[in-house]
Each structure stands twice: as structure tokens, then as C-alpha cells.
Design a protein around this ligand. Structure first.
Ligand code: FMN
Length: 245
């Protein structure tokens, strides 16, 4: 199986998103997948020009000359796409949204009715593509992922992709801290790896692995205290503690 993965954290391999992406993709590789990973921050992707040229002037091709030229054939070949992103202002990061906007050449301009809804047909209707979302966020609660998951599900419907599931890590900063300080959290990383294997074997992630990846790492009150203390320490160094709780 060909897997195309994007990590859209500006911190790339040093970030908390990578802590889940790395074992997930490792699990997929161990099941025999050919995995290609791109960091969106390293890609040269200009914003969509919005002129519909890829529909009406050069059908199926974008007129812009950047890394999307290299990526579009990969998108069309991939049997599974993994989108990894931290939550930024209640959604995906800008580099990922910018990239997904540029996938428009893969669909036809016409309107058709699909499941009682107006959509565009795929240029490759016989091809089945599964999509996996990997995300982490700074706030403590799971509901911080709701806008992002809703958005990703909508993107999948629009693009004729199957949404195969999500690995969601709330208070993701705690995961990074625990990994760096040797505090036991291996069950979370193992569940991410096992989820990768499940996606290849069964096309979905089990409830058990999703729950383990999202499990509480630290009580809410403790997390708030630790986060505030670390910001206070950083600002103390600048002599700017005004406004701290
Ligand atoms: C510009 C910006 C916006 C953010 N917005 C949110 C947000 O809306 N909700 C949230 O829970 N965390 C938010 N965060 C926190 C990140 O999701 C969190 O730090 C995450 O662990 C970063 O993942 P990474 O290390 O892979 O980049 C934001 C961080 C930044 C830098």
C-alpha cells in the first residue's frame, strides 16, 4: 500500500505531532507499506490563485510552478493519506490548508449530486483513497478537536476520500514533556504504532487505540499550573510577569 503523509507542524520532527506520526508511520511500514513523509513547512506551495485555470484552461493541471507539480501525481497514486497537524486557532495549520486548496486539479469542475449533496466528481473515480488525521493541541480538553475533525470529514466528502479515523492528543505539550523527561507514556506511543498496523490490516483504528492515544496524561488543574509556571518563568527572565494568573 502506498501511503503519503504530511506533517504540518512548523516544529517538524521536534514537535508533538511528530511524536504520534513517527510510530503511526512505523506501524504502517512494518505492515509492508511504502510510506513517503513530507513536512509542509519545507515544501514550496504557493496559495491557490482561484482563477479555475486547472478546470478550464489546463484541465487537471495547475499553472503554478512549485512543489504541487511533484505532489499531485503522488496524491493520485496514494491509497492512504495521513494529514498530521497541531491545532492552530481551532483548525489545521496554514501550510496544510494552503496545500489542500491546491488539490483542486484532482477533481472535475462539473457539479453532480452525491448522497443528496452537490459535489464535484473525482478525475479518478475508480480510485479509493483513505484519509487519516493525526493531531495534538495545547489545551487540555478533547473538544478542542471538534472544528478540525468536522473540517477534515467535510474535506473527505468533497474529495471522494474515505475518512478512516483520527489520532487525537489533547494537552499534547504534556506528551512532549513526559517523553523528554522519561515519564512513562510508552502505552500512548505503542497505541499510535498499533493504530498504523490496524489501518493497513482493517482500514480503521480500534476504539481502544484511539482512547489510549487520547488518554488523560495529567489532571486539568495540574496541567494549567505547569503551563502557567513555565510561561511565568520565561517572562520572568524578561522582567514581564504582568498579567500572570
Ligand atoms: C499559532 C498557534 C495557535 C494555536 N492554537 C491553538 C488552539 O486553538 N487550541 C489549542 O488547544 N492549542 C493551540 N495551540 C497549541 C498547539 O496546538 C500545541 O502547542 C501543539 O502541541 C503544537 O504541536 P507541535 O509541537 O507538533 O507543533 C496553538 C499554537 C500556536 C503556535
Amino acid at each position: 500500500m502506498k501511503v503519503l503523509a504530511f506533517n504540518a507542524s512548523p516544529l517538524m520532527e521536534r514537535g508533538n505531532t511528530a511524536l504520534l506520526m513517527v510510530p503511526l508511520l512505523e506501524g504502517m511500514r512494518e505492515e509492508g507499506c511504502e510510506v513517503e513523509l513530507f513536512y509542509t513547512c519545507k515544501l514550496r506551495v504557493k496559495p491557490c490563485l482561484g482563477d479555475n485555470a486547472c478546470w478550464t484552461k489546463t484541465p487537471g493541471k495547475c499553472v503554478q510552478d512549485d512543489d504541487v507539480k511533484m505532489l499531485l501525481p503522488k496524491i493520485q497514486e496514494a491509497e492512504m493519506i495521513v494529514f498530521g497537524t497541531p491545532v492552530y486557532v481551532d483548525g489545521m495549520t496554514g501550510t496544510l490548508k494552503n496545500l489542500i486548496d491546491r488539490f483542486i486539479p484532482t477533481i472535475e469542475p462539473y457539479f453532480v449530486m452525491r448522497d443528496g449533496h452537490c459535489r464535484h466528481p473525482s478525475r479518478n473515480p475508480d480510485k479509493h483513497t483513505k484519509v487519516v488525521l493525526v493531531s495534538n493541541c495545547g489545551f487540555w480538553e478533547m473538544d478542542n478537536f471538534e472544528p478540525l475533525v468536522t473540517h477534515m470529514r467535510a474535506i473527505c466528502k468533497n474529495a471522494c476520500w474515505e475518512f478512516a479515523g483520527a489520532l487525537l492528543r489533547p494537552h499534547g505539550e504534556a506528551l512532549g514533556y513526559m517523553v523528554r523527561n522519561g515519564i512513562p507514556v510508552q502505552d500512548v506511543l505503542d497505541a499510535a504504532k498499533d493504530a498504523g498496523k490496524e489501518l493497513v490490516r482493517n482500514g480503521k483504528i480500534s476504539e481502544k487505540n484511539m482512547k489510549t492515544v487520547s488518554r488523560n496524561l495529567v489532571p486539568l488543574e495540574t496541567y494549567v499550573e505547569i503551563v502557567n509556571e513555565s510561561f511565568k518563568q520565561a517572562l520572568d527572565k524578561l522582567g514581564q510577569t504582568k498579567g500572570s494568573p
